[in-house]
Design a protein around this ligand. Structure first.
Ligand code: AP5
Length: 209
């Protein structure tokens, strides 16, 4: 099974990915996490991507498509989190999957009102080592079991100006994908403005039907 999580910044894609990849044995491909790791390792790709990410712009399609293609050819049953994000990326993904004789089974679109997104992003904290995601309002921060050392931080792109830029990029470049996948009849609207557990249960209901 191959799944795409589509939705605005802060809609809970990363949070639900942790649950879904474990519950349904899916290989989680988070383009944001891969890019942050490349930046931390100071690789060529990381150096190319860093200024785009920190300012809230999308990283150019050619860099992202090449990065994801390498992973797709090696993995079965993927959970794509944060990819595709432009029509160009979606069309490239279709071509790549056709060559690999694979297909997307579901696109879950996470629907959350804009005002809640800004609040969620400003309250988010993450672990630099294992990419676990928390909110400042959580009672405790427990990382994944393979985390060697918890290093909590606020993402550079969760600062106010970058949040505005990310929302603008999402509206202009990513929302056309809603129509793109709706026409293919593989998109399912998820009310992601509920508790984390309720959102997981809504997706479980669809996966198990
Ligand atoms: P990326 O890391 O993918 O960021 P994003 O898509 O903007 O999404 P976020 O990670 O901000 O939010 P999320 O939906 O995962 O929410 P989360 O679960 O963390 O990308 C970052 C950057 O990398 C991009 O801006 C771009 O520069 C570049 N990039 C990445 N992919 C690219 C691509 N394909 N093309 C070009 N550039 C690319 O939750 C957020 C907060 O809400 C957390 O605090 C969480 O605890 C809380 N929360 C989650 N669910 C709930 C809930 N149900 N109720 C209450 N709080 C909740």
């Amino acid at each position: 099974m191959n799944i795409i999580l589509l939705g605005p910044p802060g809609s809970g894609k990363g949070t639900q990915s942790t649950y879904l990849s474990s519950a349904y044995k899916l290989n989680h491909i988070s383009t944001g996490d891969i890019l942050r790791s490349e930046i931390s390792d100071k690789t060529k790709l990381g150096l190319q991507a860093e200024s785009y990410m920190n300012s809230g712009d999308l990283v150019p399609d050619n860099l992202i498509i090449e990065m994801v293609s390498k992973k797709l050819s090696l993995l079965n049953s993927v959970l794509l989190d944060g990819f595709p994000r432009t029509l160009n990326q979606a069309e490239s993904l279709d071509n790549e999957l056709a060559l690999l004789e694979k297909k997307i089974d579901f696109v879950f679109y996470f629907d959350v009102p804009a005002e809640d997104l800004v609040l969620r992003l400003s309250q988010r904290i993450s672990c630099k080592n294992c990419s676990s995601i928390f909110s400042k309002i959580d009672k405790e921060y427990i990382c994944s079991s393979n985390c060697k050392e918890q290093i909590l931080y606020q993402r550079e792109d969760d600062k106010p100006e970058a949040i505005s830029k990310r929302m603008e990029s999402y509206i202009s470049l990513t929302t056309p994908l809603i129509d793109f996948y709706d026409k293919k009849r593989i998109m399912i609207n998820i009310n992601a403005n509920k508790s984390i557990l309720e959102v997981s249960k809504e997706i479980d209901g669809i996966m198990q039907s």
